[in-house]
Ligand binder design. Structure first.
Ligand code: HEM
Length: 490
């Protein structure tokens, strides 16, 4: 608040001193208001334009500034400069979020949590736009709008719709692993500080020699995992819908800085052809026995935003914002996301969103993109706005080209070549103790109970049963339904 303490003149947006900010100009003390009061007109008109579209998903969130520090040498895997030296620190901004609710919705609902990090590296921004879960509900971007429609409001009632949720899940069995995580104890993290983050997708790292590996990111909370029960989450959603937003802000304000240890799993490129499932399938985790965690560094959040709108609302993260040494994998979800985010940013914030202070890279930006709404950064000045030209300007850096890679096969809309949606979901169920299993089943039963159509419930029970017969039986018992005969026989 200190910035506001010194006395300064109140002005209009064009800088003219304002004489009266309490009384509009009227024709006589009881007369109508004059259109001549341009200060009044400006205030009312600007107020009407305060809202920008909220994010179509992940609308409710909280963010903080911090830094990433390298603690282990991974330069044999990637040439990314911000990772090239132990002890190197890179400033960053992180935004946590819920997924399905609107900007004013409650923080303590059962939902995945977004975990988006913008590293302001010396080679430009690097965004890792992940979740607090290592997997996702679907594995092809073409299903994302349908999936999200089921998580949002029914087009007729404008209410949340359990029929749509479970209809979609039951018809999309690839969701089973994430559905199990979502309804487990981890489905409602206690705060944003007490949860892990994951890049979820497989990415590619390439080193200075041009050799590549596949990589998955893990951010492990140093505060420890803590979760809320369904009952506490529901109660707190009423008592303090902004509980997690407030918790993050107040922790940092008190100097209690949250931190995460960052690890990667590394898979040799050739393993992808022979691994027991497609390692680019985002509904699966890689076994830690096969690919153990390798430490990379530590993320610390130590500074609150000064202004929520300027920073947390206007920040724009995209999985396509990469630096040399970090590249996409062929994951079909990730490929779709490479388009979706920057497109959303141009719509939600504007064509020049990258020039805003929160998004502006700390590295110099040099190119021939010009003009557009709200261009405020000098717009390239007198430099030529085309290339090639005879007058100089920025040049390409061939070393920063992505590694070349082979592609093969017929171009077609094809399914994944494996459909085991059950082993990993079942393994997760079997890893839980009895208390965890009971809470999982209760959360699922409570969520499925309102579904009106028994066919949908039975279809979903079959999936639980295939993951583990006990899992399916307990959900069926909770819903007072019989497990379909054909599942017993399968
Ligand atoms: C936000 C699309 C899958 C994590 C968004 C936004 C869009 C979007 C349009 C809003 C962006 C904005 O307005 O700034 C998609 C599509 C997906 C997909 C099309 C699948 C094809 C995923 C997955 C993850 C994820 C798999 C995590 C692994 C996030 C996060 C945000 C977000 C964390 C919020 C970023 C922020 O804090 O600003 N997504 N998404 N999304 N998405 Fe996705």
């Amino acid at each position: 608040m200190s910035e506001n303490n010194h006395k300064s003149s109140l002005t209009t947006n064009t800088g003219a001193p304002v004489g009266d900010n309490q009384n509009s100009m009227t024709a006589g003390s009881r007369g109508p208001t004059l259109i001549q009061d341009v200060h009044l007109l400006e205030k009312l008109a600007h107020f009407n334009r305060e809202r920008i579209p909220e994010r179509v998903v992940h609308a409710k969130g909280a963010g903080a500034h911090g830094y990433f520090e390298v603690t282990n040498d991974v330069s044999k895997y990637t040439k990314a400069k911000f990772l090239d030296e132990i002890g190197k620190r890179t400033p960053l901004f992180t935004r946590f979020s819920t997924v399905a609710g609107e900007k004013g919705s409650a923080d303590t609902v059962r939902d995945p949590r977004g975990f988006a990090v913008k590293f302001y590296t010396e080679e430009g921004n690097y965004d890792l736009v992940g979740n607090n879960t290592p997997v996702f509900f679907i594995r092809d971007a073409i299903k994302f709008p349908d999936f999200i429609h089921t998580q949002k409001r029914n087009p007729a009632t404008n209410c949340k719709d359990p029929n749509a949720v479970w209809d979609f899940f039951s018809l999309s069995p690839e969701s089973l692993h994430q559905v199990t995580i979502l309804h487990s104890d981890r489905g409602i993290p206690a705060t944003y500080r007490h949860m892990n983050g994951y890049g979820s997708h497989t990415f590619k790292w390439t080193n200075a020699e041009g050799d590549s590996v596949w990589v998955k990111y893990h951010f492990k909370t140093e505060q420890g995992i803590q979760n809320l029960s369904e009952e506490t989450g529901t109660r707190m959603a009423g008592e303090n819908p902004d509980y997690k937003t407030q918790d993050l802000y107040e922790s940092i304000e008190k100097g209690n800085y949250p931190s995460w240890k960052v690890y990667v799993q590394i898979m040799p490129i050739k393993d992808a052809d022979t691994y027991r499932f497609d390692p680019f399938d985002v509904t699966k985790v890689w076994s830690h026995k096969d690919y153990p965690l390798i430490e990379v560094g530590r993320m610390v959040l130590d500074q609150n935003p000064k202004n929520y709108f300027a920073e947390v609302e206007q920040v724009t993260f995209s999985p396509g914002t990469l630096v040399p040494g970090i590249e996409p994998s062929p994951d079909k979800m990730l490929q779709g996301r490479l388009f979706a985010y920057s497109d959303a940013h141009r719509y939600r914030v504007g064509a020049n969103h990258d020039a805003l202070p929160i998004n502006r890279p700390r590295a110099q930006v040099n190119n021939h993109q010009r003009d557009g709404f709200m261009r405020f950064d000098g717009n390239g000045g007198v430099q030529p706005n085309y290339e090639p030209n005879s007058f100089g300007g920025p040049e390409e850096i061939p070393e920063s080209k992505p590694a070349s890679f082979k592609v093969s096969g017929a171009a077609a809309s094809v399914e994944y070549d494996h459909n085991d949606h059950y082993t990993q979901a079942g393994d997760l169920y079997r890893m839980m103790d009895d208390g965890e299993r009971s809470r999982l089943v209760k959360n699922i039963v409570d969520s499925m109970q309102p579904v009106e159509n028994d066919e949908i419930k039975l279809r979903q029970i079959k999936h639980f049963y295939k993951a583990d017969p006990e899992y399916g039986q307990r959900v069926a018992d909770g819903l007072r339904l019989n497990v379909p005969q054909e599942v017993h026989q399968a």
